[in-house]
Design a protein around this ligand. Structure first.
Ligand SMILES: Nc1nc2c(ncn2[C@@H]2O[C@H](COP(=O)(O)OP(=O)(O)OP(=O)(O)O)[C@@H](O)[C@H]2O)c(=O)[nH]1
Ligand SMILES: [Mg+2]
Length: 304
C-alpha cells in the first residue's frame, strides 16, 4: 500500500455475468490494455483476472471472472468457485448482461447468488450498440424488478460508450481507502500467465465446436537472448484427444503456424520486444476432469 490520502477512494469490484456478455472486453477497455483474452466462444475466461485503474483521486481494482454456467467438468467446477468466491471479497459488483438477449435462466441464477451478499450491485447492460436506442427502456424495464439494483448503467464495452459514466457512478460506491498498487500497474498477473492466455486466445479463435474448450496452454520456457532484444518462448498446447491434435496442427502445420503468428504479434505488444515463439501440441486425455492436470495447468483451488 502506497499511501492513505484522505478523500482517496479505492476498492475491489467483481465483474460477473453469463458467458459471452463482454466482461473481459469491458476489463480491457477500462484498463486501456489487453490483459484478459476475449472471444465469441462462451467460457473464454477460466481464472480471475485483475485489472487496476488509477486516477488522481481513486483506484479501482476490477476482477474479471469466468462466465456463470452449469459446470460439466472439474474445470467448470473450478471456474464457478472462482466466480462465486470473488463476490465475498469485493466492495461492489458489476452484474453484466447482454442488451441484445432476453433475461435468461442463467441471469436469474446469478441474481439469486447476489441476493446472498450485502455488497452494492450495479447492473451493466452491455452491447447497447447492437440494439436500437428506442429499445433500451424496454430492456431496462425487463431487469428492473428482478433485483434491487443500486444502479442500472447501459454501456458498449466494445465501442466505449458510457463507460466513463459507469466509472463515475461506481466511484460513488467505493469506500475511502489506500492506493493498493502503483499507478502504472494495470494487472497483478505475471507476464507468463498472460502469454499463455494470448496463445490460447488465438487457438480459440481458429477452432470450433468442442476444441476451444479442450485447449490449455503451458509455457515451457521464456528466455531473453543475451545481447539481443529477442525473447524466446516455447509453449505447449494441450488438447484432449488425438483427433484434436491433428486439427490444431492443421494441414502441414498450417493452423499451428497461424496460431503462432497471431499470438506472437500480441506477445510482442505485451513485452515490447521481438519474440521467437515455438509451439508444440500434446494430448492429455480428459485433462479437464483430472485434478492433477488441472493443478499442473494453473487451476489451483488453494489460490482462490
Ligand atoms: N457488439 C458488441 N460486442 C461486444 C461488446 N462487448 C463484447 N462484445 C463481444 O462479445 C464477445 C464476448 O466478449 P468477452 O469479453 O470475451 O465476453 P466474456 O463475458 O468475458 O465471456 P466469458 O469469458 O466466456 O465469460 C466478443 O466477441 C466481444 O467482441 C459490445 O459492447 N458490443
Ligand atoms: Mg471473459
Amino acid at each position: 500500500m502506497l499511501n492513505n490520502t484522505e478523500g482517496f477512494k479505492s476498492g475491489f469490484i467483481s465483474i460477473i455475468g453469463r458467458p459471452n456478455v463482454g466482461k473481459s472486453t469491458f476489463l480491457n477497455r477500462v484498463v486501456g490494455q489487453k490483459i484478459a483474452i476475449m472471444s465469441d466462444k462462451p467460457q473464454t475466461t477460466r481464472n480471475k483476472v485483475q485489472g487496476v485503474v488509477t486516477t488522481d483521486d481513486s483506484q479501482m481494482i476490477f476482477i474479471d471472472t469466468p462466465g456463470i454456467h452449469k459446470p460439466k467438468h472439474k474445470l467448470g467446477d473450478f471456474m464457478m468457485k472462482v466466480a462465486r468466491n470473488t463476490l465475498k471479497e469485493v466492495d461492489a459488483v458489476l452484474f453484466m448482461v447482454n442488451a441484445d438477449e432476453p433475461v435468461g435462466k442463467g441471469d436469474r441464477f446469478i441474481i439469486d447468488m447476489l441476493g446472498e451478499s450485502k455488497t452494492p450491485v450495479i447492473l451493466v447492460i452491455n452491447k447497447i450498440d447492437l440494439i436500437h436506442p428506442d429499445r433500451l427502456m424496454e430492456v431496462i424495464e425487463s431487469y428492473k424488478d428482478l433485483f434491487k439494483f443500486d444502479e442500472i448503467v447501459p454501456v458498449s464495452a466494445l465501442q466505449g460508450n458510457n463507460v466513463d459514466r459507469l466509472l463515475d457512478v461506481l466511484k460513488g460506491y467505493l469506500p475511502e481507502g489506500p492506493q493498493y498498487y502503483p499507478a502504472d500497474q494495470v494487472t497483478d498477473h505475471p507476464e507468463r500467465f498472460i502469454i499463455s492466455e494470448l496463445i490460447r486466445e488465438k487457438a480459440l479463435h481458429l477452432t470450433r465446436e468442442e476444441i476451444p474448450h479442450s485447449i490449455a496452454v503451458v509455457i515451457e520456457r521464456i528466455a531473453k537472448r543475451e545481447g539481443e532484444e529477442t525473447v524466446d518462448i516455447q509453449a505447449t498446447i494441450i488438447v484432449e484427444r488425438d483427433s484434436q491434435k491433428g486439427i490444431v496442427i492443421g494441414k502441414r502445420g498450417s493452423l499451428l503456424k497461424e496460431i503462432g503468428t497471431r499470438a506472437r504479434k500480441d506477445i510482442e505488444m505485451l513485452l515490447g520486444s521481438k519474440v521467437y515463439l515455438e509451439l508444440w501440441v500434446k494430448v492429455q486425455k480428459d485433462w479437464r476432469n483430472r485434478q492433477s492436470q488441472l493443478r499442473e495447468y494453473g487451476f489451483r483451488e488453494d489460490e482462490y
